[in-house]
Design a protein around this ligand. Structure first.
Ligand code: HEC
Length: 200
């Protein structure tokens, strides 16, 4: 090697190009992004639930990124409009996901607002969706003989309730459900179009 300076200059140029493409330009594109309509900061319970979602690997089977009609029929599936940067304003890190073994959950709070349904489904997905391949999360619940004051009893379909017992949601399960219920990115993205002009 007899031209170290050229090598160094080439290396630095490549580094500068990569830094601008991967850091500077995305930063400039995204720095003025505002939350989309209706997107609010998560509450303390929802943030705890978000951690439970991450810890239990929900993100490996569920995306949070409805796609454009040219990629997938997500709107027809009822998963919501195409997501935009402002939808993730309060998500650190975002949970876009890469796999869709289960449905996209970006708007599950709208599609399925019932806490009872979510709790029962987490305890035993097959109680609600026969043949579901989603794992059950029984460790987020207590199975007891009778409810104590303040317990959130899960109303499971008869056939799935442990015989003679009751199923009570843990605080962790309640946090997770509160996070799922908060998933709503259906607000308008662009300013509403001006009202159509009356025909002359
Ligand atoms: C191995 C993959 C897998 C994992 C891990 C997984 N799910 Fe699922 N999930 C599915 C599948 C498949 C379905 C569709 C069948 C059903 O509803 O049970 C589903 C359905 C759902 C639904 C209903 C969606 C709808 O549109 O009705 C919710 C809510 C949900 N999952 C939440 C979770 C949460 C929360 C976690 C983590 C605690 C999780 N899932 C982990 C595969 C998975």
């Amino acid at each position: 090697m007899n031209n170290e300076k050229a090598l160094l200059a080439g290396g630095m140029t490549m580094l500068a190009l990569a830094t601008s493409a991967l850091v500077v330009i995305p930063y400039l594109q995204l720095r003025d992004v505002k939350p989309t309509e209706g997107v609010k900061p998560y509450s303390a319970a929802q943030l705890r639930g978000r951690e439970v979602y991450i810890a239990n690997g929900c993100v490996y089977c569920h995306s949070q990124q409805p796609r454009d009609a040219s990629f997938a029929p997500d709107a027809k599936r009822g998963w919501g409009r195409v997501s935009v940067a402002g939808d993730y304003y309060y998500d650190h890190p975002h949970l876009l996901g890469t796999m869709r073994t289960g449905p996209d959950l970006m708007n599950i709070g709208v599609r399925q607002p019932s806490a009872d349904w979510h709790l029962g489904h987490l305890f035993q997905p097959r109680a609600y969706v026969p043949g579901s391949i989603m794992p059950s999360y029984p460790f987020l619940f207590d199975v007891k003989d009778k409810a104590d004051p303040g317990d959130k009893v899960v109303n499971l379909p008869e056939a799935f309730n442990p015989p003679g017992k009751i199923v009570v949601a843990s605080a962790t399960a309640l946090d997770l459900v509160s996070y799922l219920q908060s998933l709503n990115r259906t607000g308008a993205v662009l300013p509403a179009p001006p009202a159509a002009k009356a025909a002359p």
